[in-house]
Ligand binder design. Structure first.
Ligand code: PLP
Length: 407
């Protein structure tokens, strides 16, 4: 059994981590160097011509960054990884690679807010056309395809509505119309979902979230499925400059080693919390792909290896009751982001998705009372006790009287 062919945890501990040939260091050295010396003019010229391997300048590649890129590419079953300074830099780089004036993009309507604003506001200034549709219904995608469509950009599970899009069926449409299918796999991570195996062309991640996992780095990555894509994306990344710093890359690589363990613990708690929410009279609705009432549970079981660690819900009494709940819980921190060891709670309509218009939010199913819970690695029993206690407070609250209309 080789380390590379082992299970997910074996791979995440060992991928890209051969002992350093100079001193045998078990951890990948941090090459905190912006530039790399050539042994002679001919070598420098050969590297620039791409005739010789080796490093030139960290914006174009760095050994510490390369170790991280290789590790994530192998977890995703991809050809190559290209790490970036943020998740948004990864998304921007891919879209700049495949779009031009008059080209058209179809996207999931409830993608991470800034991903949509990037397309509808900024790329639009350069003539890019777009339609953001409910991609949970494949017919909406088919209806939106135009001769100029180049990119199908989906996020599944969607942030924050936790709806799913069928990656295999999107891949069929992409093949049929020669579109580049890009999947934001931030929520699921390669532990639970590997879009390239389902036919996607490119995966993007905010590594800020689960891959790093410790709420201390902002970073992103693009995983391509072919050498041709790697070259095209690399060229754009080199020129627009959204590269990652080697020290950040090293931190993410360290976090990656426990990805499988962290996701397993967080998912176990998310399942338990979903049950508590479902059974509590203060709760109006819950959406979690691991729950029996999730309308796409079958699809979750087909394309994911687990329902993940993020759920959303609404409480009776609307936004005011939700606000009280978010201020009552003691363990979850009231903060945006997700995928860290600490549980976070947030209100997308006024926070992560505030940059969308009210109309766009409504279209995407982001209700004003939607609360997003991104479960971390604390003990499950503690999270249960805390959430149950906060929900009980809502029931007792005089002015909200949520229990009265909670049937
Ligand atoms: C699904 C998703 N994609 C992309 C991003 C952007 O990532 P970053 O904040 O690292 O730029 C986020 C950030 O929250 C996200 O949740």
């Amino acid at each position: 059994m080789s380390k590379e062919k082992g299970g997910f945890n074996t791979q995440s501990v060992h991928a890209g981590c051969e002992p350093d040939p100079l001193h045998g260091g078990v951890s990948v050295p941090i090459y905190q160097s912006s530039t790399f010396a050539f042994q002679g003019v001919d070598q420098g010229a050969a590297r620039f011509r791409g005739e010789e391997g080796g490093y030139i300048y960290t914006r174009m590649g760095n050994p510490t960054v390369a170790a991280l890129e290789g590790a994530i590419a192998s977890m995703e079953g991809g050809h190559a990884g290209l790490a970036t300074s943020s998740g948004m830099a990864a998304i921007t780089t891919v879209l700049l690679t495949y779009l031009e004036a008059d080209a058209h993009l179809i996207g999931t309507d409830s993608v991470y807010g800034p991903s949509r604003v990037l397309v509808e506001k900024h790329l639009r200034r350069f003539g890019v056309q777009s339609d953001f549709v409910d991609t949970t219904n494949i017919e909406h995608i088919r209806a939106a395809v135009r001769p100029e469509t180049r990119v199908l950009y989906i996020e599944t599970p969607e942030n924050p509505t936790i709806r799913l899009t069928d990656i295999r069926r999107c891949a069929e449409i992409a093949r049929q119309h020669e579109l580049v299918l890009v999947v934001d796999n931030t929520f699921a991570t390669p532990v639970l979902q590997r879009p390239l195996e389902l036919g996607a062309d490119i995966v993007v991640h905010s590594m800020t979230k689960f891959l790093n996992g410790h709420a201390d780095v902002v970073a992103g990555i693009i995983v391509t499925s072919t050498e041709q894509q790697r070259k095209a994306v690399r060229e754009v990344l080199n020129h627009h400059g959204g590269c990652i710093d080697p020290h950040q890359a090293w931190l993410v690589h360290r976090g990656l080693k426990t990805l499988g363990l962290r996701v397993a613990q967080a998912q176990k708690s998310a399942l338990a919390l979903s049950e508590i929410l479902h059974g509590h009279p203060a709760v109006e609705w819950v959406r979690y792909p691991g729950a029996s009432d999730h309308p796409q549970r079958e699809l979750a079981q087909k394309q994911m290896d687990g329902p993940g660690a993020i759920l959303c819900f609404g409480v009776h009494g609307g936004l005011e009751a939700g606000r009280l709940l978010m201020e009552q819980v003691k363990i979850p921190t009231l903060a945006v982001s997700l995928g860290g060891v600490e549980t976070l709670i947030e209100h997308p309509a006024s926070m992560t998705h505030a940059s969308l218009t009210q109309e766009a939010r409504q279209q995407a199913g982001i209700d004003d009372n939607l609360i997003r819970l991104a479960v971390g690695c604390e003990d499950t029993a503690d999270l249960i006790e805390d959430l149950r206690g906060a929900l009980d407070v809502l029931l007792r609250h005089e002015t909200l009287a949520v229990g009265a209309d909670s049937d």
